[in-house]
Ligand binder design. Structure first.
Ligand code: GLN
Length: 292
């Protein structure tokens, strides 16, 4: 297609070889080189349209600004940047959450942890989410169950800032505390402690693949054997759980047996693991019995 075909006043822009002023939304989507859902998300975001407007406005011709915005987001994606960071948001538990490179991108697998926590939380339960990151778990819990009293901690002030924005966006008010794992909880006790800690083994090949190189490394790996944070959580939870309170932790695909062993040796009962959508044991947990 040349400039002439589209008539006067429609200059070809230089930002990208394939996205040009005057192309229609349908043509842009047809040219978009990424996965189908990613193409739609990127184009809708760049054009400030909803995904249904992409269909109802399929014949809309892009002006120069729009073409430049689409080309710019395609260029970022081509350079490997995660779609969630380009959009600045990701859907989790039916909620649109803000995400920045200061936080791990919420994963669908982690919705299992939310479901398990909701199943175990009695009315008015005190719940702690340790290493909350974007606040995904804490906000999903508080939003689904307004009776829960949710506390969320993170060692990263930047992450807490994102989590606070997500709480405000969804009109929930967890208590946010800055600090390492249990440190900011002082002597508080909870009915339920949940966490999606960093659990990838240092040097694991996955850290160099897909979205992961763009995510905060400290949210992904313990820089050790992958169990360091899970050990801290199991060892410390007893001092912060009420009798029969639950500890539920997400972990790696091959860590379930090791995490169950940690829970058992720390005095937890009804220790078990649950599988994610892919059938992989993804969350393990148990109930803390106060020693007689
Ligand atoms: N599940 C994530 C991944 O494998 C890791 C998240 C985490 O370390 N908590 O990409």
């Amino acid at each position: 297609m040349s400039t002439q075909d589209r008539g006067a006043g429609a200059p070809v822009i230089g930002v990208s070889a394939d996205i040009e002023t005057g192309m229609t939304v349908a043509q842009v989507l047809h040219q978009a080189p990424f996965e189908l859902l990613d193409n739609r998300l990127l184009v809708a975001h760049a054009l400030r349209m909803s995904r249904s407007q992409l269909i109802t406005q399929a014949d809309h011709p892009l002006d120069t600004d729009e073409a430049q915005r689409v080309a710019a987001s395609f260029a970022r994606r081509r350079a490997g940047e995660p779609v969630a960071y380009i959009l600045g948001s990701r859907e989790f538990y039916g909620l649109s959450l803000l995400v920045t490179p200061a936080v791990l991108i919420p994963r669908a697998d982690t919705e299992l942890l939310v479901d398990l926590a909701l199943d175990r939380a009695a009315p008015g339960a005190l719940v702690a989410d340790l290493g909350t990151g974007s606040g995904a778990i804490a906000v999903a819990l508080a939003r689904t169950r307004c009776d829960l009293r949710v506390t969320a901690t993170d060692v990263s002030a930047q992450a807490l800032d994102v989590a606070r924005q997500n709480a405000a966006l969804h009109r929930v008010q967890p208590t946010f505390l800055e600090g390492d794992w249990f440190a900011p909880l002082q002597d508080r006790r909870f009915d339920l402690i949940v966490s999606n800690p960093p659990y990838i083994v240092a040097g694991d090949a996955h850290l160099a693949q897909g979205d992961l190189p763009f995510e905060p490394l400290d949210a992904l790996t313990d820089h050790a054997d992958g169990l360091a944070a899970l050990r801290i959580l199991t060892a410390g939870a007893g001092r912060h759980l009420r009798p029969q309170g639950w500890l539920l932790m997400e972990h790696g695909y091959d860590q379930a047996a090791a995490v169950r062993a940690l829970l058992q040796s720390a005095g937890f009962t009804t220790v078990q693991s649950w599988t994610d959508l892919a059938g992989i044991e993804r969350v393990s947990g148990g109930q803390y019995m106060t020693p007689a």
